[in-house]
Design a protein around this ligand. Structure first.
Ligand SMILES: NC(=O)c1ccc[n+]([C@@H]2O[C@H](COP(=O)([O-])OP(=O)(O)OC[C@H]3O[C@@H](n4cnc5c(N)ncnc54)[C@H](OP(=O)(O)O)[C@@H]3O)[C@@H](O)[C@H]2O)c1
Length: 262
């Protein structure tokens, strides 16, 4: 990763924070994007720097078109042109049934998970195409396979993101861009904790470990390792692929598939 510049959306907490730390440890300069928690972003940057890496924090809600349009130039000025985008920022839906979900909820989720990330890709494409080797890794969810009740807005958004990513992979192959999808089951993050609280009858994430594959709910680092692999030289002939990070079993999907919580 030495010499590369990675932009990790939602890189301040949870899965994105682990991805940012991992890519920095592997040698990339990392732009840590966040929405509103400046303290968490500063902490992630400090953790990277304490480990000898290079990082800067950038506030830009991915569902804010103006902020997204401005982001590539800001990162380029500080860290160089982005050649690796990890589109990870995301929020859960309200968990309502299709019968009770109005357009605005679908649009809210589509803006965060699909339209914002695609606007960011468009804004970054000149830099990505110029890089020779460049990567986009999108963080989707195992929920796309499960389509659980109450999760339509979130599931639709992730399914749309995956469709766009697979299309982008074919369109941009001639420019050296690899585009791949990582689809976790339940992950032990703030979002994961809220999903469990909303759907698992008052259980906590820690209480679920024993019933999960390999004796634990996935950790953010489990996802980060897969992202790092897909962006590495070892995966240079891999594009348009989707890798599930769910321990291989349906157990994690049942809970992660809730779509509940915020
Ligand atoms: N946790 C799970 O069980 C699970 C399972 C499958 C897939 N996923 C997916 O994995 C990704 C990361 O989830 P997580 O569990 O790490 O979530 P998390 O713990 O809630 O962290 C979310 C991160 O995204 C940022 N963010 C949220 N909305 C944003 C926006 N509009 N613009 C820019 N940044 C934004 C947050 O920044 P602020 O703190 O500043 O708001 C934070 O850094 C999401 O795409 C999620 O859908 C999660």
């Amino acid at each position: 990763m030495s010499g590369r510049t990675a932009l990790v959306t939602g890189g301040s907490r949870g899965v994105g924070r682990a991805v940012a730390l991992r890519l920095a440890a592997d040698g990339a300069a990392v732009a840590v994007n966040y929405r509103r928690d400046a303290d968490a972003a500063a902490e992630a940057v400090a953790a990277i720097e304490a480990a000898g890496g290079t990082a800067r924090a950038y506030r830009a809600p991915v569902d804010d078109p103006d902020a997204v349009a401005a982001l590539p130039a800001l990162v380029r000025a500080d860290l160089g042109p982005v050649d690796l985008l990890v589109s990870n920022a995301g929020t859960a839906s309200r968990g309502t049934a299709v019968a009770d979900t109005a357009d605005e909820e679908y649009l809210r989720l589509l803006r965060v998970h699909v339209l914002g990330p695609l606007a960011l890709v468009r804004a970054l494409l000149p830099d990505l195409r110029a890089a020779g080797r460049a990567d986009v890794v999108v963080v989707s969810s195992a929920i796309v396979d499960a389509a659980p009740p109450g999760g339509a807005a979130y599931t639709m958004a992730k399914a749309a993101l995956e469709a766009a990513a697979r299309t982008l992979a074919r369109e941009e192959r001639a420019h050296g861009l690899r585009v791949n999808i990582v689809a976790p089951g339940l992950v032990a993050t703030d979002m994961g904790e809220r999903l469990v609280a909303a759907t698992a009858g008052g259980a906590t994430l820690a209480e679920l470990d024993a019933s999960y594959p390999f004796g634990r709910v996935a950790r953010p680092e489990d996802v980060a390792g897969v992202v790092a692999f897909l962006a590495s030289a070892d995966a240079g002939y891999v594009t348009g692929q989707r890798l599930l990070v769910d321990g291989g079993g349906p157990d994690s999907r049942i809970v992660a598939a809730s779509g509940g919580g915020r």
